[in-house]
Write a protein that binds this ligand. Structure first.
Ligand code: PMP
Length: 388
């Protein structure tokens, strides 16, 4: 395929042929017995992928922002207090959505490239009265990985529902909902779940559902209201026909294929594969002498890398040369540093092969921009770190 480019942005990613084949298959009725059985299996599998045996999965047509919207719409009532552990652009978006539904939001903001720590979050929670807190596991604007386990423990200790934005992490980074006391986690199809864009996916555990059921006021969004979706999810799982809004039938078929592949790989093996890809890519960037947005290597995600453009190199030119070499990477997103860095996604079906190709294209781009470095040093560092 001479016109093929390698898509290595932090979502959407490249997808497995079997997943794409499900999208191209003839569309079935949303109440045909085979579709109902597939939807049912996808719901069961989501519970396994989120490691939430007592969780209620939701599969709804929409992007990740709908999953954020559903979380806020169903859990917040006007006047509720919410705490946002803010590690970047998507944490800030979560804060804005919570406010839209009437929450009084407190943001614990990390420096750009940092993540709020346990102590800061616990100190803020001491104020008391927080109905929920939100954590962005990987903020895609910075490539920062939050310590969900520690932050969730702080939230639990202060009686706040713990909500995790796992859009850039679920099925790539470790997330153990039940073990870590996460009450609601959500993602979108187009990242490590490895299905083309179009599905908002969430799992709500009993405390989140209880808070929803205890509402005194109606949910302020008709489409997002769990009152509408809960009976549909329960019916599909019980293998009965149901309807609220027409499901994205082919995406659900594709989701079930991908979830099957994820579970066949095994969650631990999958997390380890992403860990190695992250280390490989980040070692290459360091070997080439480029900085990274995360303020410390321990803060760096494994699903993506956020390198800084080196001094003297025009970012747009570098990305253009990388693109001309057949690899598509993403520009910056965080408003404070947008023009200073770029982003590489390495999640889902990606292998070391893809990371080596991306690093090779980056080396090519750097050379075209006149940046001095030892040719091959990035590729060598990636290969070595992957095996370390
Ligand atoms: N949260 C995070 C961490 C994300 O990376 C994204 C998308 N990049 C979103 C939320 C929003 O998802 P979507 O673009 O699918 O609406």
């Amino acid at each position: 395929m001479k016109n093929r480019t390698l898509l290595m942005i932090p979502g959407p990613i490249e997808f497995e042929p079997a997943v794409l084949a499900a999208l191209g298959a003839p569309t079935t009725s949303h109440v045909s017995p085979d579709f109902i059985a597939t939807f049912s299996q996808a719901l069961e599998r989501l519970r396994e992928v989120f490691l939430a045996p007592d969780g209620q999965p939701f599969v709804v047509a929409g992007s990740g922002t709908l999953a954020m919207d559903m979380a806020a719409a169903n859990l917040i009532e006007p006047g509720d207090r919410a705490l946002v552990a803010n590690s970047g652009f998507f944490s800030a978006r979560m804060g804005a959505i919570l406010e839209r539904y009437g929450a009084q939001v407190t943001q614990v903001r990390a420096a750009v490239g940092g993540a709020p720590g346990f102590d800061e979050v616990a100190a803020a929670l001491m104020d008391g009265g927080y109905k929920l807190m939100t954590i962005t596991q990987v903020d895609t604007s910075t490539g920062v990985l939050a310590n969900v386990q520690a932050l969730a423990a702080a939230g639990q200790a202060h009686g706040a529902l713990v909500v995790v934005d796992g859009v850039c992490s679920v099925a790539g980074e470790a997330l153990r909902m039940a073990d870590w006391g996460v009450d609601l986690a959500f993602t979108a199809s187009q990242k490590a779940i490895s299905v083309p864009p179009g599905l908002a996916l969430a799992v709500a555990r009993p405390a989140a559902l209880a808070a929803f059921r205890a509402r005194q006021t109606p949910v302020g969004s008709y489409y997002a209201d769990w009152t509408n979706w809960l009976p549909v999810m329960e019916a599909y799982e019980a293998r009965k026909p149901s309807y609220f809004g027409t499901p994205a039938v082919n995406l659900v078929w594709a989701l079930n294929v991908s979830l099957g592949q994820i579970l066949a790989e095994g969650l631990d093996a999958r997390v380890t594969r992403h860990l190695k890809l992250g280390r490989a890519c980040q070692a290459a960037i360091a070997a080439l002498g480029l900085g990274q947005v995360p303020l410390a290597p321990t803060l760096a995600a494994h699903t993506m890398t956020a390198p800084r453009f080196p001094g003297g190199v025009a970012g747009a030119d570098l990305l253009k040369h990388i693109g001309a070499a057949g690899v598509t990477l993403a520009g910056g997103l965080h408003p404070a540093i947008r023009a200073e860095y770029f982003r590489i996604g390495h999640m889902g079906p990606m292998t070391l092969n893809d990371v080596l190709a991306a690093v090779g294209a980056i080396e090519h781009g750097l050379r075209m921009c006149g940046y001095p470095f030892t040719p091959g040093s990035g590729v060598a560092a990636a290969a070595q770190a992957h095996e370390a």
